[in-house]
Design a protein around this ligand. Structure first.
Ligand SMILES: Cc1cc2nc3c(=O)[nH]c(=O)nc-3n(C[C@H](O)[C@H](O)[C@H](O)COP(=O)(O)OP(=O)(O)OC[C@H]3O[C@@H](n4cnc5c(N)ncnc54)[C@H](O)[C@@H]3O)c2cc1C
Length: 459
């Protein structure tokens, strides 16, 4: 045993690990075993290499998440040279930090509300495209042969109030009528066929929703891009972009500058003032997750008998699932506000929520806690298109981005190539700014607290 291993296994092995019960109660000593990095990075460690910055490329993509990589892969497959610039380590952002739950985004609005906002024809087109996004990610993973535990496991959305069950049932009927989406309801009397708890009032199942391992999916995309001759360069923040669509763009980074005919901005929740007209249209919102240690097999199969992905109907909701191939639970929700993300306190509320649903997990260790940033838009739909200076963009997935970022990345690349199959139902939507952007950013905790109050008081 080496010294480091001795330190890890030998000297402090006597200390008990931090359990979910300790964390929920705020008994934070000892914290052995809790690390503050994404669980997904264990199987897919981040690559720290920074190859030299080429002098020029057909296309430069800013941001190395699913949007940027999906766009890069499409462009490479159509014979374009591509450089992906990343401020941090490649895959630093939400794409390797998320819950790995794959949906269509169709549950962001009730169908009736979407029709009120957009009219019946546009609402139908958007909802049908949501279904195609799910099909697209499955197709991409299969054709690129990416081993990432993709599975059409279905989603269980748990009703936290009896009224939520009724309104979900009506919404599922509307969804079927307008976009042919398959679903079914599970009444409270049959709850245990789906989940081992009594705290919910039944729920809905979307059997076509899916799950994957986000770290492995991201690593697989990176590998295909590198095999195809694309460059993904870490520690290379785009600091300034000058030029236009006629003369091309010059992008300044700490590693030097690079020229490109076209640029795609794929920075979603990490969008800042680089392109001010996009910065004004995105508000970053934090989301946090914890991973538990091993749960006994019979317990886990009683709690999650169908091994789906799960969420609830609250405005400030939580979401959870088992880790693929392991007997751990991954539990996500709002980000901790009272402590920074390298303190166990930042994750206490997640353990509390988890034990409210599954009290028998109190003795299970908590091994990972991490957070990330989602990109919210004012109208709560994602947007893609061209900014004033001719740069392309795709962003604003409002927390449902595994399939949507993959799909929008592909579509924005096809639009850049001038192809008619790049068109989407989202192309002609106006992209509103937040009325007072700095206030909107500061208001996030206030709005969230208000929503939690409404959730708690059953309004
Ligand atoms: C904690 C969490 C849980 C989530 N869970 C789910 C889920 O279960 N299901 C789901 O569908 N969605 C989920 N999402 C949302 C989903 O992960 C995102 O919508 C999606 O990954 C966005 O991908 P992206 O490529 O657009 O952005 P990101 O993956 O965030 O990548 C943007 C990248 O841009 C980089 N960047 C920013 N500025 C610059 C610059 N100037 N120069 C260079 N690089 C720059 C950032 O460092 C970042 O790496 C979750 C998000 C979070 C944070």
């Amino acid at each position: 045993m080496g010294f480091d291993e001795f330190l890890e296994k030998g000297s402090i092995a006597e200390e008990p690990v931090l359990t979910a019960g300790d964390l929920a109660r705020g008994h934070l000593k000892p914290t052995r075993g809790l690390t503050f990095r994404p669980y997904w990075w264990e199987a897919a460690p981040r690559q720290h290499t920074s190859p030299a910055l080429p002098k020029r490329s057909d296309v430069v993509i800013v941001g190395s998440g699913f949007t940027g990589l999906s766009a890069a892969l499409t462009l490479l497959r159509h014979g374009r040279s591509v450089v992906v610039l990343e401020r941090g380590v490649p895959g630093y952002g939400a794409s390797t930090r998320n819950g790995g739950q794959i949906g269509s985004g169709n549950q962001k609005f009730r169908v009736k509300r979407l029709i009120e906002l957009r009219g019946p024809a546009k609402a139908a087109a958007m909802l049908r495209e949501g279904v195609r996004m799910l099909d697209y990610i499955e197709h991409l993973i299969a054709t690129e042969k990416i081993a990432c535990h993709f599975k059409r496991c279905g989603r269980f959305r748990a009703a936290v109030q009896p009224e939520h069950y009724e309104s979900m049932a009506r919404d599922m009927e509307d969804l079927h009528a307008i976009a042919d989406v398959e679903s079914f309801m599970v009444p409270k009397s049959e709850l245990h066929s789906e989940i081992g708890t009594d705290v919910f009032f039944g729920g809905s199942i979307l059997p076509q929703d899916a799950s994957l391992h986000p770290g492995l999916y991201h690593a697989g995309l990176m590998q295909r891009i590198q095999e195809g001759g694309g460059h993904i360069i870490g520690n290379a923040a785009a600091q300034d972009i000058s030029g236009d669509e006629h003369d091309g763009h010059s992008i300044t980074t700490p590693l030097g500058s690079i020229k490109a005919r076209d640029v795609i901005i794929a920075t979603n929740g990490y969008t800042d003032g680089l392109v001010p007209e996009l910065g004004r249209r995105i508000v970053p919102i934090g989301s946090g997750l914890i991973a538990t240690g091993e749960i006994p097999e019979d317990t886990l199969s009683r709690l999650l008998p169908k091994n789906r992905v799960y969420g609830n109907t609250n405005r400030v909701f939580y979401y959870f699932r088992a880790a693929p191939g392991e007997r751990r639970l991954i539990w996500g929700g709002r980000v901790g506000r009272l402590a920074n993300n390298t303190s166990p306190l930042a994750f206490r509320h997640l353990a509390r929520d988890m034990l409210h649903v599954f009290p028998e997990l109190a003795d299970v260790p908590v091994t990972h806690g991490w957070d990330g940033t989602i990109g919210y838009t004012y109208d709560e739909v994602p947007h893609l298109g061209r900014a004033a200076t001719g740069m392309y963009y795709a962003l604003g997935y409002c927390g449902t981005g595994v399939s949507r970022a993959t799909y929008f990345g592909n579509k924005i690349a096809l639009q850049l190539l001038g192809r008619s199959d790049g068109r989407t139902a989202f192309d002609d939507l106006s992209f509103p700014s937040f009325p007072v952007h700095t206030l909107a950013k500061r208001a996030v905790p206030v709005v969230e607290t208000w929503y939690r109050f409404l959730d708690a008081t059953k309004r």
